[in-house]
Structures are given as structure tokens and as C-alpha cells.
Design a protein around this ligand. Structure first.
Ligand SMILES: [Zn+2]
Length: 62
């Protein structure tokens, strides 16, 4: 199983080689905590983390 990666910029977690949001390939496997955002407009966590698209996100990356 491939290790999931998170975009350093958007923090979205993906299996792909590039970020599905910003198309960056600056991804990291060093994920510190994760959060699933289902409704970004209603989620306080999403607003705190500045997340606008639903998905699974890393809370922090290194
Ligand atoms: Zn990104």
C-alpha cells in the first residue's frame, strides 16, 4: 500500500503524485494528525485551517 501524502501548501491528503487542488508536487508523508472535512463552509475546523474543499487533510505537515 502506498503511503498517503499531504500537500505542504493545502494540507490535503492524497494518494496521487501531485496535489489535486493546487497541482503542486511538493508533498510530504510527514503528516501530524488528520481531519476529514465534509462540509467546508459549515466546519469550524475547516475555517480555522483555511480549507475550502471537502476531503481529508493533515492538521500539520513537516
Ligand atoms: Zn496543494
Amino acid at each position: 500500500m502506498a503511503k498517503k501524502k499531504a500537500c505542504k501548501k493545502c494540507r490535503i491528503i492524497t494518494n496521487a503524485e501531485e496535489c489535486p487542488l493546487c497541482k503542486s508536487n511538493d508533498l510530504t508523508t510527514n503528516i501530524k494528525g488528520r481531519v476529514v472535512i465534509i462540509d467546508a463552509t459549515k466546519s469550524e475546523i475547516a475555517q480555522k485551517l483555511n480549507i475550502k474543499v471537502k476531503g481529508e487533510y493533515a492538521i500539520k505537515t513537516k
